[in-house]
Design a protein around this ligand. Structure first.
Ligand SMILES: NC(=O)c1ccc[n+]([C@@H]2O[C@H](COP(=O)([O-])OP(=O)(O)OC[C@H]3O[C@@H](n4cnc5c(N)ncnc54)[C@H](O)[C@@H]3O)[C@@H](O)[C@H]2O)c1
Ligand SMILES: O=C(O)C1=N[C@H](C(=O)O)CCC1
Length: 268
């Protein structure tokens, strides 16, 4: 089988750099292209040099359409507006689109579902093995406990993060809601301020902290009368997300068009 030709979208970003290194270190795939937003100082530069690996002979382009047309898969950790454009382009080519971007609206999510009728999209708010295991555990524990246990999800990220709650917190909240057999839309509480009154029974709370260089911490708290369970994951290095994204691209190469998650990729 030929090596999977992978393009990195947003190659200059915190995740973009990790993705270049992860693809270069993996068997069965090559870095075939890289993009950045028009006007970025990275455009025209060798992606291997930018990632600290030495020349790779692949320059960063601001022409996403051309890069996608020459790729079998794209790894996309950019921004919602960019990801929606890439989803259309990836759907035209029927290629694998790994979406790590977070912060989508409900309308954005509907557009991604529509693109997945033609592309093979693997999308997750967190691509690490640990968080996807935590997601599976959260679903199970939430199913086992009754509504007398209050569920709160606390996340902390670095000062540059622009969306809240994190994509991971939303994944965990959806898993808790699924486990309980309720809809997250009906039970989520994202903000508390002022005279809130007592906690509503069955609410699933999410709280976001921002500061410093924190890569990503998440805790699911299940608080009952006289006892409390806390399930925590701490990301120490962004390479865990990048390795998951490469695994997802390789997994997706022989799949039918559709919208998949890392739970599918990892078989959890
Ligand atoms: N799913 C996961 O496992 C996971 C892990 C880490 C980060 N993320 C998410 O990935 C996204 C990026 O995070 P980051 O910390 O790398 O951010 P970042 O700001 O460092 O990187 C984003 C990059 O995308 C580029 N970009 C924006 N629009 C573009 C366009 N139209 N074409 C090409 N490039 C474009 C930006 O110039 C920037 O270099 C965020 O949504 C974040 O929440 C997800
Ligand atoms: O750094 C970020 O931004 C991260 N985003 C993802 C999220 O929103 O959960 C994953 C963790 C890091």
């Amino acid at each position: 089988m030929n090596d999977l030709r992978i393009a990195i979208m947003g190659a200059e970003g915190r995740m973009g750099q990790q993705l270049v290194r992860a693809v270069a270190a993996s068997e069965g795939c090559v870095v075939a292209g890289a993009t950045e937003r028009p006007g970025s100082v990275a455009v025209g530069k060798d992606i291997g040099v930018l990632a600290g690996l030495g020349p790779m002979g692949v320059n960063v382009s601001d022409n996403a359409e051309a890069v996608i047309a020459a790729s079998d898969a794209i790894l996309d950790f950019t921004a919602p507006a960019a990801t929606l454009k890439f989803a259309d382009m990836a759907a035209c080519g029927g290629i694998v689109h790994v979406i790590g971007t977070t912060g989508f609206s409900q309308e954005d999510e509907a557009k991604i579902r529509a693109a997945a009728e033609r592309a093979r999209i693997i999308k997750a708010g967190n691509m690490s093995l640990g968080v996807n295991l935590l997601t599976a555990v959260t679903r199970r524990v939430s199913a086992a406990l009754d509504m007398d246990f209050d569920i709160e999800i606390v996340e902390m990220h670095h000062r540059h993060k622009v969306d809240a709650p994190s994509g991971t917190a939303l994944m965990l909240a959806h898993a808790a809601a699924d486990g309980r057999g309720v809809s997250l839309e009906d039970t989520a509480v994202r903000v508390r301020d002022g005279h809130t009154g007592p906690r509503a029974k069955g609410a699933i709370g999410m709280q976001s902290l921002r500061g410093g260089s924190v890569v990503g911490d998440h805790t699911v708290i299940l608080a009952g009368e006289g006892e409390r369970i806390e399930l925590t994951h701490r990301a120490e290095d962004r390479s865990i997300f990048a390795r998951g994204a490469v695994k997802a691209a390789l997994w997706g190469r022989d799949k039918a068009p559709g919208l998949y998650s890392m739970i599918d990729v990892l078989g959890l």
